[in-house]
Every structure is written in C-alpha cells, then in structure tokens.
Write a protein that binds this ligand. Structure first.
Ligand code: MN
Length: 730
C-alpha cells in the first residue's frame, strides 16, 4: 500500500522546489470526508486516491495534479461540495476536481463503435485542462487494477469502455505504459479464457525466454562496445494484448508468433540511434517491410524511435527499438514529459515544434512561445471549436462550437430539421436558437406545420443544416414557380394551338428543355418560365416556325381552361359548338345578336368564355386575330333566342293586334313591345320575340310584311346602346 510519505518523496525527487504542503492538506481532507467508506474489495476507500496520486507522480505531474488525485472522488462520492474545495484549496484545484466530477458522470455505455472517437474528444473537451484527463487516466488505471472486486457485468462494461476510450486516449497523449497496461487489463476481463491461456503459454516458456533474452542482450551489448557506442539494452516479451491482436488479425497460432520479444536500446544521441541500427542490420538479417523511422517522422503523439525486426539468434524473429533518453522519456510519460520543462530548469531553447502534435490535437491557432504559455493553454478549452452532445438515447454527436438546436435537428434527419420548432435540452424547453453545450442531452420537438425560414441561415453553424435549409427554401420557391410556369405555358401554348399537357406527355417538352435550352429537364424549363427567366415566347420559338407563332387556339386545351372558369353546376347544353367541343361557356354578342342559322364567329374573351358574334359584325374587326375561334350552331340542340324586330306602319286602329297575331301564328312568343308614334301618323314598333332560328325569324318577318299598312319590317342588327356587350347563355 502506498503511503503519503512515498508520494511526497517522489514529487520532491522530480521537483525539488515543489511546495508539498498542499498535498498533505489534500490527504487529510480526503481522509476525513471518505472516512468510514470502503471499496468493494473491502479496503479503506482512501487507498484509491492514494494510488491515483502515486500514479500521477510516475507521470511527474505538478503538485496541483497530485493533490487533485487525492481529492478526485470527494465531490462525487461524499457530501463535500465544489465550493468547499475551492474555499480550501483555491480555484485551480477546484477546476480540476470539478472536471473529474463531471467526467465521472459520463459513461460510454451502449454506444456504437464509430462513436468512440467522438466520445474521446468529448472527454478531452469536457476536461478543458489536459491535467484532468491525465488524472482521469490514473483513476481508470487504478480502477482497472482492482476491477476483480466488481460484479462480472460491470467488469465487462468498464473493461470495454477502457479499451474503446481510455487506452486510445493514453496512446494519443503519448503515455505508452498506461496504454499498454490498460489494454492488458481490459483484455483480461473481456476475454478471461483467452487471456489465461495466453499468459500461461507465455509463462511456460518463461525460463527459456529469459535465458534467450539475457543471451541476446549480452550479444547486442558486445556489438555496441565493438563500435564504441554506449547504450542501455533491455529485452522483454511484448504486451499480451498486442500478441493476442496479432494472433487474431493474422489468424496464426501462438507458435507462429515469433516476434513476441522486443529489445530496446537507449543511447544518447540521434546519430547513435542510426549507428545502432546499422550494427543491428549488419549482425542479423532484417525482415523486409518492418523498418520504421519514427525519428525522421514522429508519430502524432510525438513518439520517436527506430523500429526494426530482424531474424535474430536461433532464427527467432525479434523487434529492436532504438531511441535516445529524451525520446524514451516522451514515450513513457507522453505529454506529461513536458512538465519537467516548467518545473525543472525552464524550457528555453526547447523547440516549439515539440508541441506541434498537441497543437494538432487541440487545433489551436496561436504559436506557443514557451512552456509557461503551453501550460496556460492547457487550462483553457481544449476544443474551443467543437461541442459534443447526447441524443435522448445516449448517442453522441459532434458539432462546431456555437451550433444550435437546428443544427442538431438536421443531424438527425432532414425532415426533423425541416419541422423543428424547439427542443428539450436536459429536460428544459429551449428555443431553436439555443447554442449547444458539451454534455447536453437534446431532444428535438417538431411540428408538421413548422418550416425552415431564411432567418435560420443566420444562426446555424453546420454546413449540413445550411445546405438543407437552403434546399428547402429553394424547393419551396421552385414548387411555386413550377405551378405558375405551368399555368402560363398551358394558356399561352393554347393560344398557339398547342396542347402543353400533351407535349409534356409525349416527351416533346423534355426534349425542348434539354436541346433547346440546355436544361436538366422539363421541370427546370417550367420553373424558369415561372421565375420569368425564360419567356413563353422563347419556348414557343423553339417549337413553331416564326409564321406559325400566330395560330388559333387549340380547342381541346381551351376547353380545359374554360372548364376551370365555368362555375360548377352551371354547365348546361349550349346551342353552339366551339370548335369540336360541346358544353362550353358561350355568350352571344348583344351587338349583333346572332340567331341559330346565322353565320357566326367566335372569339375568346378574358375569362368569360367564348363570345359569339354574327359573321361580319363590325365589332369583330377590332378583335385580335389570335383570339378568334371557330364556332358552329349545334343543330341537335333546340333553343329559342330573343331577337328584336323593328316595324314601321301607319298608325291605324287594329293594326297592332294584326301584327301580334301574325307573330303568334308563326309560333313565336313576344317578350316585349315598344310603340312610338310620329306626327305624320306613322307608328314605330319594336318587338322582341323568341325565335328558334334565323329561318323562323324570316317566316315571321314575311308574315308581318303581308299585313296591309305595314311599310317596313327589319331585324335589329345593332343595338347601339349595347355596343360590344355580350350576354351569357343560358
Ligand atoms: Mn476514482
């Protein structure tokens, strides 16, 4: 069991000027608040924070970190508050403890594999200060070492999380030994049988292997001496988990895993590294493709070393790693190796590019001039540009900092985004503009009647949301343009005798859109007409020769238009066939008032159907040729039409009765009569009579002409008072 004194001694060893009082104070505080608590293993709880603090000294961390190691579970597991910690230990330690308390509340349970990377990033982001992550790793390492006391399901869950999240984090931070130990411990609990089997196999050959290692070690040392190179040689079997992975991935037996032994040569200079490599390659045959120069090309976590595999003594493959003392320190402590520069003699002269990997990790923009600034930087947001939040089911999503509820909604599904009108964030109602924060649990609320608007573009952050909102707005505008464009095309085409819907069906319009305008398809063409980018005249110009651009209406099309404008329930039999079509809304021009049997002409009015005039009616002369249409009387339809007859006669008694009798005798009704008399004893009579057709009228007129004292009988052709007006039929 680790004692406080051991911890303080270790800190003093790597940082003689450190003020260790705060570590003692933390120990006492932790002892008091955890008093009476035991771990599942039955040991006093305080053992755990002590072990964690001890691991932190192995990373050579500062006193604040070591003190935090002692305090890390106090807020989570006792009645202590973060305020109390701050009051007692100051803000720096309080921030670290708070970070660990928050991290202890997130677990990577029931997650998808591909979410592991986001989870790792979220942990880094939630940590804010890299020391929080290092303490978390130390905490996890000790928990893994004592995992056996947990119930089996819990063991598996924690082991899985360790393998998925914390071992890769340790690797990314460059702490090789923590990564290795975490992996082996996780392997042990996840695959207990395979682990036992493999460790037994490795143990069986322990003596043989140890002899082999000792033998080869001496051989290497002698060869170094021959060449005048000073170096420290060590040999050890490779990590169990990496042997297991190799067996699994290459599908080979344990017997075939020769290179389970790795030798490490630590020298003083880079030059010597390459010398040792040359010595190794001249002594043993290198295995092709296994040489890696991580000195010239360091790993992302700043790891540097030369790796090679050779066919060693007795034909056994062995890996040799060659590095300098400094490289070795980085390989062991990773990021923590840099603390030495701050707490030791200062970091002047240290190449700032040493921190390049960390810069890459946290994606920060500014240059780091010295290690003080480096440490300062660690205390601010590690991922200022990213934010990680949970779905209600516990899945993690990554966003650009400043992302809102709308960004989240679009990340789920376009439809969710398009109908999003708010969210429950951590159970609380929040508006669509709410900016997401690390660790938020977000549940989107949608409404089928809610739609994106242009203002959304003002606050969304993700390209996905932006694209989808723009797309929605564009589609909406397009739908409107297509509706309008289609209406314009149908009407304007009809004026030129073209059936637009039919041309659509036959593919003619599709062809015109592509060949004539270079558009993707006919929909684009219709939309362009709707937007007003392309005029109908341009479209018609592609379909008709210039002389035909003036043509008559296509009646079938026109009928559809008329059908639309004819009030429902008012469709009755019409005495006129418009073109070939029956039942169309027609009006008789009051100016000429044509009768069945008269020669007639039609023209299309603005929204009032077809006006029917007598052929030769002077009003027709003013009408646009384009609007003319063929009309004919429907001979099957019996109808009566009112017509006016002017009669001039002598003003004689009984004459009026004679005229009306004649009309009645001709089987026509009189609907009105006006009679004026003049001074010269003449009478001017105007009768309106209902006639079947022009022939019927002729019969009536002839009958009236036969009456004595009638001087003139005439059909009224033009009613001056109603010039140009038409009358609806019926
Ligand atoms: Mn703990």
């Amino acid at each position: 069991m680790v004692r406080l004194e051991d911890i303080i001694d270790r800190v003093a060893a790597y940082n003689p000027s450190a003020d260790t009082e705060i570590i003692k104070k933390a120990y006492v505080f932790s002892g008091v608040v955890h008093q009476g608590q035991t771990r599942l293993s039955g040991e006093p709880y305080l053992d755990h924070p002590l072990e964690v603090a001890n691991i932190l000294t192995a990373l050579k961390l500062d006193v604040q970190s070591v003190a935090t190691g002692l305090l890390h579970d106090t807020v989570e597991d006792t009645h202590t508050t973060i305020e109390k910690i701050e009051e007692t230990f100051g803000p720096e330690i309080a921030v670290l403890v708070d970070g660990l308390t928050k991290l202890s509340r997130v677990t990577f349970d029931k997650q998808e594999d591909h979410e592991a990377e986001n989870f790792r990033k979220m942990i880094l982001a939630m940590g804010r200060d890299i020391r929080v992550i290092l303490i978390k790793l130390a905490d996890r390492l000790h928990n893994m070492r004592t995992l056996g006391a947990m119930p089996p399901e819990k063991q598996k869950m924690i082991a899985r999380e360790t393998l998925d999240i914390y071992a890769p984090l340790a690797n990314r931070l460059g702490i090789g030994w923590i990564k290795t130990e975490l992996e082996d411990l996780a392997f042990k609990h996840l695959e207990p049988e395979k682990f036992a089997n493999l460790s037994e196999r490795v143990a069986q050959e322990k003596v043989v292997r140890e002899n082999y290692i000792e033998h080869v070690k001496v051989m290497i040392e002698e060869k170094l001496k021959e060449h005048g190179v000073q170096g420290e040689v060590t040999g050890r079997p490779k990590q169990l988990y990496s042997i297991y992975k190799k067996m699994a991935s290459q599908d080979v037996n344990f017997e075939n895993i020769y290179d389970i032994i790795a030798f490490r040569v630590i020298v003083k200079t880079v030059k010597e590294c390459y010398e040792v490599l040359g010595i190794t390659h001249s002594a043993w045959k290198p295995v092709p493709g296994r040489f890696k120069d991580y000195i010239a090309l360091p790993k992302g976590n700043l790891y540097q070393s030369l790796h090679t595999t050779v066919i060693g003594p007795y034909g056994v493959r062995m890996e040799v790693q060659i590095r300098t003392t400094e490289m070795h320190s980085v390989a062991e402590c990773g990021i923590a190796a840099h603390w030495k520069y701050k707490e030791g003699k200062g970091g002047e002269g240290k190449d700032t590019k040493n921190f390049a990997w960390l810069r890459q990790l946290v994606e920060w923009q500014r240059d780091l001039k010295d290690s003080d600034e480096f440490l300062e930087t660690l205390k601010i947001d590690l991922f200022p540009t990213e934010v990680y939040v949970f779905t209600p089911k516990g899945h993690i999503k990554e966003f650009t900092a400043g992302a809102t509820v709308v960004d989240f909604a679009y990340s789920i599904h376009t439809d969710v985004g398009n109908r999003c009108y708010g969210a429950r964030v951590n159970g609380r109602m929040s508006p669509i503009k709410y900016q997401l924060r690390n660790g938020d649990v977000v549940e989107i609320i949608t409404s089928p009647n809610h739609h994106p608007s242009k203002d959304w573009l003002g606050f969304v952050k993700s390209p996905r949301a932006r694209t989808r909102i723009r797309h929605w707005i564009k589609t909406e505008e397009r739908q409107m343009s297509i509706g309008l464009g289609r209406e314009i095309c149908v009407n304007e085409f009809a004026k030129h005798g073209l059936d637009f819907p039919k041309l659509l069906k036959t593919g003619e319009m599709e062809k015109t859109a592509k060949d004539g305008f270079g558009l993707q398809g006919v929909e684009s063409l219709i939309a362009s007409v709707g937007y007003g980018k392309i005029s109908v005249a341009q479209v018609l110009g592609k379909l008709l020769p210039p002389e035909k651009l003036e043509t008559k209406y296509n009646l079938a099309v026109f009928k559809r238009v008329l059908d639309k404008i004819t009030p429902r329930g008012k469709k009755e039999k019409s005495p006129v066939i418009v073109g070939g079509a029956e039942d169309m809304l027609v009006r008789f021009a009051k100016c000429c008032n044509p009768l069945p049997g008269d020669e007639i002409a039609g023209f299309i009015t603005q929204g009032q159907g077809v006006a029917v005039h007598s052929k030769g009616c002077p009003n027709m002369l003013h009408i646009d040729k384009d609007r003319r249409i063929d009309v004919a009387w429907d001979k099957k339809e019996k109808t009566t039409r009112p017509v006016k007859i002017d009669i001039v006669c002598r003003n004689e008694k009984g004459l009026l009765a004679e005229i009306t009798n004649a009309i009645k005798a001709a089987d026509a009704n009189i609907s009105s009569a006006e009679i004026k008399t003049s001074k010269d004893n003449k009478a001017l009579c105007r009768f309106e009579v209902e006639v079947n057709d022009a022939a019927h009228l002729k019969t009536i007129i002839k009958a009236i002409q036969k009456i004595k004292n009638v001087t003139k009988v005439e059909r009224v052709r033009k009613d001056v008072s109603k010039d140009g007006e038409t009358e609806a039929i019926p």
